[in-house]
Design a protein around this ligand. Sequence first.
Ligand SMILES: C[S@@+](CC[C@H](N)C(=O)[O-])C[C@H]1O[C@@H](n2cnc3c(N)ncnc32)[C@H](O)[C@@H]1O
Length: 286
Amino acid sequence: MSLPSNDPARRRHEQRRQWDSVAAGWAKWWPTIENGAQGVSRRMLALARIEPGQRVLDIGTGIGEPALMAASRVGPSGRVVATDLSPAMLDIARDRARELGLANVQFVEADAVEAGFADARFDAALCRWGVTSLPDPFQALVAIRRFLVPGGRFVTAVWQSGPEGRPMADLAATVARELFGLPSPAPQAPASHRSANEELQDLFARAGFSEVRSEEMAMALEFSSAEDCGRYLIDVSPEFSALLGDQPLAQRMEFDRRLGECLQPYATADGGVRIPNLTVCATGRG
Ligand SMILES: C[S@@+](CC[C@H](N)C(=O)[O-])C[C@H]1O[C@@H](n2cnc3c(N)ncnc32)[C@H](O)[C@@H]1O
């Protein structure tokens, strides 16, 4: 995400605005996202060894996952606190909790690192696809470790690095670069050649976690047409929403056409598109 400033308060404000702007898109595409993502949440809960009666923290919960799955697992004697920077995301998460009849989850509008919880408050902490949105993931992990009881586990999911992590976002970024003449990544800032597993294991260890492990998981996104893919990216991704939202209709249609061509290898027999993504789940003991 392009950030306008190094000033933390301004940066937070801008991130909050960007995520607020796509909250309705997340609600709209939730069945598509959760169809694949529920398996990732289930694995995260297993790695965190979440049991009835525990206190669990979910960071960057978005519209409520994996917080709500954890709330079902810990039951009425347990408690889940779910934080996010975006009030619009949290409003939807609260509605979902109400609809599911889950009264043991509390939603807090807070920055991941500056949430100000007492030390040793949680038995486990989770963060699904949020760590890489944070300005300083290392500081975030240091803070999260402090929130855990001794021996408590933190589990996070991030996308695998390289095109195989999120092929559609990768192809869409290439199409957008060609179509809108955006600069290629600066040569002085080469992308890391390490896998997300290596990056995460290193990060966890430096932040003081023990028993650090990571594993790769496949997760597919299924769309009924190629046109839906472009719409999805604009609706749920702050980056693509900012990039494409203001383009003239003709440019948007050209973007959709070129993206559709690139997605041909993922076409299904019934006219849909099935994108195989790779995520990495990492766990460490505080
Ligand atoms: C990719 S979404 C993931 C949402 C959810 N965990 C899921 O898997 O469906 C990332 C979330 O992190 C939140 N976020 C971004 N920066 C944050 C920060 N500094 N502190 C807390 N939450 C943040 C965003 O508002 C957004 O809801």
